[in-house]
Design a protein around this ligand. Structure first.
Ligand code: FAD
Length: 470
């Protein structure tokens, strides 16, 4: 008889609550259900698929050191998961299935169906909270509501951290050898490109090395460098968090080790990085609380009355990095080439799509998911709704980034633009942010597809009309 630990977006052996609990309660077989159709439905990017496959191979090795065989089983989609796990539980004679919670609506429904089906054959389930530092639903206002303003959420999070954050877990002890074979053949069905695995190498060791290097180095200047896309000022840990090669709890512990466990003193770089980890947490708690965020709905429901455009040609110019706004185009090309985009640029490009082109934020959200190695529904939706002013604690609709001013401020010498828009490499550091028509034409570069001032005025008008009584 072997119990099951069902791996999901938590592909690691260190600090994994479900795995640790399972190994303390008898012998264990690890299962991962792989559905490419489900990945298609959730717009999982090729770069992220490649990272998941690499991470599963690495996880299998790590688990084998614990004598836990990993079986990867191909499924059509979520609707098959309950049957497949139940079949495995019956085959293995499992008394219990352990797994970590996920907070997106489809994932929640999937886990509920798994639980129900297993219970119908008398197999118990045990769910753990892993991807949040504090369990969603725990941090409430005095009125018992979910916080909708980040600064208030952050205050409450910090106050409750010592009491309610889950403890960090170390690598569990190996179990005795069991007579079940590891089976990874289903991974052969996934076509991956080596480009992605060399850009984003998989493995828990890789994730830890990156975290350690960041904590020993760049974190100290994070507050100063995090907005400059031409330098490696951020951790680039998001892909590893997205597949669960690393937990936010591990990141927070690493940061707090530099502040003697304090949130209110220590180097500014560390405190600002901690702030970003709390943003991640905030969006996950919101996703758990508001199912509509998983259903392509805006948080501010009335913003669905805005006349969002669905103009494929305009959208394609943005996707292909041909808007005639160099910083926007450089950012979009960075995403296409590397599967990742700097946070400052995510804000600039998202705001450009929604506030200059007035294209439906859901188009941008989906395109990001289809291309980001760190695609994560809660953070991506949060970031898009923040930028489009449709979300909780979003940027006020009238505060619209001027892409040229952003470029001058955060890429002053044009280094980042030169890297991704080589046709402009010969321009001086003043004109590179906004080439003249003549400069653009002779460089073979796009002329601006929209006039900043006109577009911004129109957008403000639409938002203003929305807030006026009808
Ligand atoms: P660091 O600056 O080193 O920050 C450390 C970690 O904190 C990140 O890895 C991430 O987990 C978290 N974090 C940082 N900033 C944010 C933020 N604004 N919101 C939530 N969490 C944050 N992040 C994703 O992980 N997946 C996404 O799909 C995603 N889509 C986004 C879309 C838009 C339009 C915007 C504006 C932001 C999006 N973000 C997303 C948030 C942020 O841009 C990335 O987390 C960050 O750029 C990742 O780089 P890093 O690991 O170097 O971050």
């Amino acid at each position: 008889m072997h119990n099951i630990v069902w791996f999901r977006s938590d592909l690691r052996v260190y600090d994994n609550p479900a795995l640790s609990a399972a190994l303390q309660n008898g012998s264990v077989v690890a299962i991962y259900l792989l559905s490419q159709k489900q990945w298609d439905q959730h717009s999982v990017a090729p770069a992220k698929r490649s990272l998941i496959v690499g991470q599963l191979l690495s996880l299998a090795e790590q688990l084998s050191l614990l004598n836990v065989p990993l079986k990867v089983i191909a499924c059509s989609d979520f609707s098959q998961y309950a049957d497949v796990i139940t079949e495995q539980a019956c085959l293995l004679g499992s008394g219990r299935v352990y797994y970590n919670a996920e907070y997106e609506l489809n994932e929640k429904h999937c886990a509920e169906a798994v639980k129900e089906k297993l219970e119908s054959v008398n197999v118990m389930t045990q769910e753990f909270h892993d991807s949040c530092m504090i369990m969603p639903g725990q941090i409430r206002t005095k009125q018992g509501e979910c916080y909708k303003v980040f600064s208030a959420f952050k205050r409450a999070f910090i106050e409750q951290y010592a009491l309610y954050s889950r403890p960090i877990l170390y690598k569990p002890k190996a179990q005795a050898l069991i007579d079940v074979e590891m089976d990874l053949t289903a991974l052969n069905e996934v076509v991956t490109e080596s480009k992605w695995s060399s850009l984003w190498p998989a493995g828990e060791d890789e994730a830890h090395d990156r975290l350690n290097r960041f904590v020993e180095g760049h974190i100290k200047e994070y507050d100063i460098k995090r907005d400059i896309p031409s330098v490696d000022g951020t951790s680039q840990l998001s892909p590893y968090l997205a597949v669960g090669a690393l937990s936010t709890t591990q990141c927070m512990q690493a940061a707090l080790s530099l502040t003697e466990g304090r949130f209110d003193s220590g180097r500014n770089g560390v405190l600002v990085w901690i702030n970003e980890l709390i943003w991640r947490e905030f969006y996950r708690h919101l996703m758990d609380e508001y199912p509509r965020l998983s259903k392509h709905k805006p948080f501010k429901i009335d913003t669905d009355r805005l006349p969002w455009k669905h103009d494929q040609a305009l959208f394609n110019s943005w996707v292909e990095g041909r808007t005639g706004f160099p910083i926007v185009d450089a950012a979009m090309r960075q995403l296409a080439e590397t599967g990742w985009m700097h946070n400052r640029l995510r804000m600039i490009t998202a705001m450009f799509l929604t506030k200059h082109l007035f294209i439906d934020w859901r188009w941008g959200e989906q395109y990001f998911m289809e291309n980001l190695v760190d695609g994560d529904l809660a953070s991506n939706n949060g970031g898009w709704q923040w930028s489009a002013s449709t979300g909780v604690d979003a940027v006020p609709y009238f505060r619209i980034f001027n892409p040229t001013r952003q470029s001058e401020r955060f890429d002053p010498n044009g280094d980042f633009i030169r890297r991704y828009v080589p046709e402009l490499a010969g321009l001086d550091s003043k004109s590179i942010h906004q080439p003249s028509l003549q400069q653009a034409r002779s460089a073979g570069y796009a002329v601006p597809i929209v006039d900043h001032a006109t577009a911004v005025a129109q957008t403000k008008l639409w938002f203003k009309q929305l807030s006026e009584p009808t």
